[in-house]
Design a protein around this ligand. Sequence first.
Ligand code: HDD
Length: 685
Amino acid sequence: MNDKRKNPKDQQLEEYRVDDSGKKLTTNHGLKVSDTEHSLKAGDRGPTLMEDFHFREKMTHFDHERIPERIVHARGYGAHGEFEVYESMKEFTKAKFLNDPEVKTPVFVRFSTVAGSRGSGDTVRDARGFATKFYTEEGNYDLVGNNIPVFFIQDAIKFPDLIHAVKPEPHNEMPQAASAHDTFWDFVANNTESAHMVMWAMSDRGIPRSYRMMEGFGVHTYRFVNDKGEAHFVKFHWKPKLGVHSLVWDEAQKIAGKDPDFHRRDLWESIENGDYPEYELGVQLIKEEDEFKYDFDVLDPTKLWPEELVPVKIIGKMTLNRNQDNVFAETEQVAFHPGHVVPGIDFTNDPLLQGRLFSYTDTQLIRLGGPNFHEIPINRPVCPFHNNQRDGYHRTTVNTGQVAYYQNSLQNNEPAPAAEEDGGYVHYQEKVDGNKVRKRSESFEDHYSQAKLFWNSMSDVEQQHIIKAFRFELGKVKSKEVQQQVVNMFSNVCTYLAGEVAKGIGAKVPDHAEGSPEERSSQALSQMNTMKSPATRKLAILAMDGFDYEAVQKVMDTLKASGAMPEIISGSLGSIKSKDGNELDVDNTFLTVDSVLYDAVYVPGGKENVEGLKKEREAVSFIQEAYSHFKAVAASTEGTELFSTIGVDSNEAGIITTDENTKFDSFSEQLLEAITEHRHWNRSI
Ligand code: HDD
């Protein structure tokens, strides 16, 4: 057992793991099976006999092996890891896993898309789920968030409406995993509180490059409570160490066909390679007495707390260091719930959060088939659990003893509730007072200020991406009325945005806007200000026989030293021979991969190599497409000649070329820098 297999959760899972290799085939009841390819028949051409218990068991199990997919977030992928806090947060919360920097808390994370079915593509435009289960010594704590810090609606009772609108339309079950259709945009136009999150979803945040390169947000305002009973409002943030990076829309759509598993493969391979994804946990804290100090309501889930007003305090780090053993057992059966809390973490009256506290257990009951889903290995806490709940489908615990009720004297009232000082959970004693009403607070009425704040915070390039995303989505909407309503609605965010969208879809340019002007912007919202790193970035080296070995070696060495990942792509698998007779193994062919699966492209020199590449249509389009997706594109010596013939302008940003072999050191470094930059937006294409 290696080191990362020693944490308490892993030790617990080990008890359930079964390795079938080298074993004899048996029935579920342990009987050895002598033949599993022929059913028992009356004569070798006769009918199958009812007596064939092995056939019946095998077939019955197969017939029942699907469970309902999640109503939302059906497509997801999980990984195990650990969380450590940097310094004790005792001042703010008594949550033990946030109090002791020595403690490493096991975690299981599930990333997901929201709208698509379990078999849909990874790179569709959507919010991404970012759900973390912390297996703490005080019980499981679930932080069930998204990669967007705000939500579409303000009250949970509207969630079924929102999801019915975004899911495929019921009469023809189209489109799959896409918001670009009438019912979604009709919902948006009639529910203006969605404006802020729609802006995020239409931005590059809706098409992340990798699960490892996106932020996570708890979205709601929660409460931290310390051991003196003092509370702070808190918002949670996950900040990826690799920075926040996205695909371009054309690329995202192509990847959905070329490799629908793009994000799960990326996560799986990074962990297999030992490039463990890391995210820092940040918190924003507001004192209870400052609840009304801001121009947004802290209970409104369509509002973020601008980092300039309430800084994010980085308090710890999560490292994902182990892939799951079995996707069904772990990713599919894991059951998250925002109501799984530990002492020191409490709720607020955010009406979206309040409703979620009902929905998650309810959905697990149907999805996982009964009230004992907490006994499924991935869901079990690492601390013991004791209560008087009994029986139900799939119960595995064998509770001994006569007594299953409280209060009792036969068993001295055990299991007994714990006092607060012994870790018993006591809800924060907030005073509430009001009439029973079906209403929303007036303080939730401003639907546009933060949508404007987001828009103002975008760079020019990001704004153009948003305009194009609106044009794409509304361009797929058939109802002219819905199109116009949406354009009118977003003129309240920015008249320029609405005008540009209107032009693209043949709608009328609105001449008025509601709401107050919002001049503010927030640096933290633009991806242009994110961290950059070459680590795990994939470079495609396009090479045929006759390539320049020295050049390729130099580039590979420089990149590998910085954690980037070069691969040789050629016309066929096997190996290629350089002009001076050296051989290199080919990783992939122009047929098995595509430029959209890489971050950058390099064409080395060698006359015969370049002639060979020219003849490969896929090789040429590989380079052209990488260029049009703003990626780093490089060539050395004879390789540079290819560029001018295929429309790649060497003077554009992020195009790295060299004519001389002697300058390879600086060439490789420049290429590395260009890859680190992620994309070169100021290319005139
Ligand atoms: Fe939810 C799943 C995140 C609002 C009802 N939600 C689910 C998952 C994530 C979120 C990440 C997938 C968990 C996993 O990987 O298994 N949901 C959010 C966020 C929300 C939000 C960040 C707003 C801040 N959700 C929300 C509301 C409701 C639900 C308002 C209903 C009242 N969500 C569900 C659910 C799901 C779910 C139907 C489907 C599968 C599951 O719970 O386990 O109960």
